[in-house]
Every structure is written in structure tokens, then in C-alpha cells.
Design a protein around this ligand. Structure first.
Ligand SMILES: Nc1ncnc2c1ncn2[C@@H]1O[C@H](COP(=O)(O)OP(=O)(O)OP(=O)(O)O)[C@@H](O)[C@H]1O
Ligand SMILES: [Mg+2]
Length: 461
């Protein structure tokens, strides 16, 4: 909890809620302010009209029956006004009261236009009066006014209610913002702590989920799948390193011990030459492993993608056939190339050549008799390149596994190899966004046999 309080001021949630509170407060002031102004104006207008009408009535009486009639009317009005909400005052030209319910002419009145405003102490109360006065033709003065305290009380209450409402809004807004940002900070802190623990080296830990399915849970889920992927990659790198060390150790040990024996022994020049050429051929094998690993790294890196051009897969297949036909024939295998020119894709020619070389190399290595077929066909909008043989084949449940680095199915190790050939092909296929499918051979002569097909979905022709 410590440290959360000052930090919540800096959270986006809190700043956003402050902004919303400010905007809401301003709009509330605008709305309530205009309602207030309209109401006050309206109430004053209604009061003014009432007073004006009353004065007009009295003047009419004066016109009809002169001062007597006016005084009678005023007297009857005074009798009727039990609550004292009205003031009537008839005064002589020197402002001395003649008749009415005011002790004297209001000396302290404030004047706006024709209107007078003054307070009046009456029945232990202070009345606020809004009044009109006129001079009569006989020189007397007539004043009529009305108590506007109820209207003023109403507007006072309105202002108070609005201020309370505003204060409550601000309080709720700021309080809500505080709670929201505190909650967010807590969730983020949980993620932060999780990330710190993972960074300290425990890669098997995962971000905790609350189970609400909200954005934090979704973020945690995404981070967890990222961690799964990282863990998988690290495990595979660790596997590759271990396998590499393992694969290097036997040939290096063999080279070392044979060279040591050659050094201490009495061997003649021919024998020494034999040991040296043995060392060279083993070193070649080691170099081949490194080259294969480097090619995989190249295919998986970004630079290979920059070197992509239009490549006719058919021409690549022809080059490989020309290279391997004599080797296949030497082993008594038939080799054929089917398809035609114009199977153009956007690709890396050198790596495509390497991939096909690896596939044909495997086909020759793992086929004792029969035939090897390289086929280039245009399929849908794409191009497919396949190598089929009549060899030992790969059981369906092993086909995914052989694509991993250093995986070899030949337990007796009757053939040489590092188990990197197919992983390189797979990396090259991935680089070309192509699909790599291992299947039972479809050659007519084959009852076992393997077909490896690479399907490039985006042909350019
Ligand atoms: N055409 C094939 N027929 C039968 N088995 C195959 C074929 N191609 C590959 N395999 C099996 O898959 C394994 C992996 O092949 P991959 O090409 O990756 O390695 P490798 O040929 O053993 O060694 P490298 O290619 O690195 O010299 C092989 O060891 C072999 O058991
Ligand atoms: Mg191979």
C-alpha cells in the first residue's frame, strides 16, 4: 500500500477523472446558471406585471370617482390583504401619508427605472418590497408594491441546492477517480511484481489472472503466451546447444586421439597421411554442421528476406537434378524431374537451392532402390516443389519431430548426418511463408517412401 497514495495522482485514470469532473462541473454550472437566470427573470416579470395591474386598477378607480373612490378602494384592499404581502400608500405632495399601510414614504428605496425597492419592518419581519409610484392629477402621490421575499427565498434555495450539487459532484468525481486509479495501480503492481519475479530468473512463473476477463486479464494472458513462446525458444536453443556440444564431442575426441597416437607412434608417412586425411574429413563434417546451423540462422534472420527476388523454381530444380543425377545413378537409383518452366515465386535463390539439395540428399541417402522424383507444379495461384522417393519413409507420428534440429531417426547411425537437413528446409520454407508437408510417397512403385512437398502459396505468374 505504501507509495500508492502519491502515485495515484500520476495515473492516467486519475487525471482523466479530474478532467471529466472539471468538464462536468463547468457544464453543470452553465446549465444551472442559465436555469437560475431564466427563473429569476421570470419571477421578477410576473411580480412586476401583478404590481402594474394593481396600480392600473387603482388609477382606473381614481379616474372613475376621484380621490374618494380611490381611498375607498385602497381601504377595501387593505382589509383584504390579511397577510400583509402588499403595500399601499397615498401621500400628499410633501410625501406625508394620507392613507395606507406604511408609516411613511420609503426614503431609503433603491430605484431601477420606474421601480422602487425597499425593506419594511412589519409583524417582527423584514419584508422586501418592489413598488411603483405615480403622481395623481390632484398633486397626491400613490405607491403600490408587493412583497418579493418568497421569490428571493426560492432563488436562494436554488443557489444553495446548485452549490451542494456541484460540491457533491466534485467529491464523487474525485473520490471515484481515486478509487479507480487505486484499483488500476493495484492491478498494475501485481503485473509488475509478476514480471520482476520472472525477470529474476524464474521463467516458469506466469502472470497472475484475476478471472474477470478485463483488459488487465487480457494483457496478462498475452504476456503469458509470450512467456510460453520465450520459454519454448529458450528450451529449443538449450537443446540445440546441448546437441551441438554432444555431436561435436565424439568426432573431436576421435580426431584428437588418432592424432595423438599418430604423433607418438612410429607410423610411416603413408599412415600419417591417412590420419591427416581422416582428420580433414571429420573436420569437413564438423564444418558442414556449422554451415548448416549458420544457414538456418540466415534463413531465420531478417537479412535473407531483403535478398528475395523473382526465382523460377523450375530452374532451381534443373540445377539440382544436373548435380545429383550422376550420384543417384552411381547408386543404381533412377532420378527424374517433372514439371515445366514458369514456376516463378519471390524467393531467395541460394537458400531454395540449398533446401532442394538437402531433400534430394536425404532421398538418395535413405533410398536403397527405386526412384527419386523431383516435381515442380503450379497449384492454384502458387507453386509446389516436391521430392518423392521409394525409400524407407518416415512413420506419420515422427514426421513433425524430424523437422527439429539434430533429430535423426536412424538409430543405428548407418548413414552420416547431423539431423540438420530438414530443419534447414523447414526454416527456408518459413522464410518463404510456404507450407512444408511430409507425406507417404505417391510414386506408383513405392509401398513405403517419403514425399516432402513445399507449397509456396504466392506465385507471381
Ligand atoms: N527421404 C527420407 N526417407 C527416410 N527417412 C528420412 C528421409 N529424409 C529424412 N529422413 C529421416 O529424417 C531424419 C532427419 O533428416 P535430416 O535431413 O534433418 O538429417 P540427416 O539427413 O540425418 O542429417 P543431415 O541432413 O544434417 O546431414 C534423418 O535422420 C532420417 O532418419
Ligand atoms: Mg539430411
Amino acid at each position: 500500500m505504501r507509495g500508492i497514495a502519491p502515485r495515484f495522482f500520476q495515473t492516467t485514470a486519475f487525471r482523466l477523472s479530474l478532467l471529466y469532473v472539471a468538464l462536468f462541473g463547468i457544464s453543470m454550472i452553465a446549465v444551472l446558471g442559465s436555469i437560475y437566470i431564466a427563473t429569476v427573470n421570470n419571477m421578477i416579470r410576473i411580480a412586476d406585471e401583478t404590481v402594474e395591474r394593481e396600480l392600473d386598477d387603482l388609477l382606473l378607480e381614481y379616474k372613475r370617482g376621484g380621490t374618494r373612490q380611490l381611498q375607498k378602494t385602497i381601504e377595501s384592499r387593505l382589509r383584504g390583504d390579511q397577510l400583509g404581502g402588499w403595500v399601499y400608500l397615498l401621500a400628499d405632495s410633501a410625501y406625508r401619508p394620507v392613507l395606507g399601510n406604511m408609516p411613511s414614504w420609503p426614503a431609503q428605496a433603491t430605484k431601477t427605472g420606474r421601480w422602487l425597492r425597499f425593506t419594511l419592518a412589519r409583524r417582527k419581519d423584514q419584508y422586501t418590497m418592489r413598488a411603483l409610484s405615480v403622481s395623481l392629477s390632484n398633486g397626491q402621490l400613490l405607491l403600490v408594491g408587493m412583497d418579493i421575499r418568497p421569490a428571493e427565498k426560492f432563488t436562494d434555495t436554488m443557489i444553495k441546492a446548485a452549490l451542494w450539487g456541484l460540491a457533491l459532484t466534485l467529491l464523487l468525481g474525485i473520490g471515484g477517480g481515486y478509487l479507480m486509479s487505486r484499483n488500476m495501480l493495484r492491478r498494475i503492481d501485481v503485473l509488475n511484481k509478476g514480471a520482476e519475479r520472472i525477470m529474476r530468473g524464474n521463467l516458469s512463473l506466469r502472470m497472475p489472472l484475476v478471472g474477470s476477463g478485463d483488459e488487465f486479464d487480457r494483457l496478462a494472458t498475452t504476456l503469458n503466451s509470450m512467456l510460453n513462446e520465450i520459454e519454448r525458444l529458450i528450451a529449443s536453443i538449450r537443446g540445440v546447444t546441448t546437441n551441438l556440444a554432444h555431436d561435436m564431442r565424439s568426432p573431436l575426441t576421435r580426431i584428437k586421439s588418432r592424432l595423438e597416437i599418430a604423433l607418438t607412434g612410429q607410423g610411416d608417412a603413408d599412415k600419417l597421411r591417412g590420419e591427416i586425411s581422416y582428420a580433414i574429413s571429420e573436420s569437413d563434417q564438423l564444418l558442414a554442421t556449422f554451415n548448416a546451423l549458420l544457414s538456418i540462422a540466415e534463413a531465420e534472420g531478417g537479412s535473407a528476406r531483403a535478398n528475395m527476388k523473382h526465382v523460377d523454381v523450375w530452374e532451381v530444380a534443373q540445377d539440382v537434378t544436373d548435380l545429383y543425377q550422376p550420384i543417384a545413378e552411381d547408386r543404381g537409383l533412377e532420378m527424374e524431374l517433372v514439371g515445366g518452366a514458369g514456376a516463378v515465386i519471390t524467393g531467395h535463390r541460394q537458400l531454395l537451392l540449398q533446401a532442394l539439395l538437402n531433400l534430394v540428399d536425404n532421398a538418395i541417402k535413405y533410398t536403397k532402390s527405386g526412384k527419386i522424383q523431383i516435381a515442380v507444379t503450379r497449384e492454384n495461384n502458387g507453386v509446389s516443389l516436391s521430392v518423392s522417393d521409394t525409400g524407407s519413409g518416415i512413420p506419420a507420428d515422427q514426421r513433425a519431430k524430424v523437422l527439429e534440429q539434430f533429430v535423426r531417426l536412424d538409430p543405428a547411425r548407418t548413414t552420416r548426418g547431423n539431423g540438420l537437413g530438414l530443419s534447414l528446409v523447414a526454416a527456408i520454407a518459413r522464410l518463404h511463408e510456404a507450407e512444408m508437408i511430409l507425406n507417404h510417397s505417391s510414386l506408383p512403385a513405392a509401398d513405403t517412401g517419403l514425399e516432402v512437398k513445399i507449397y509456396f502459396p504466392k506465385g507471381t505468374g
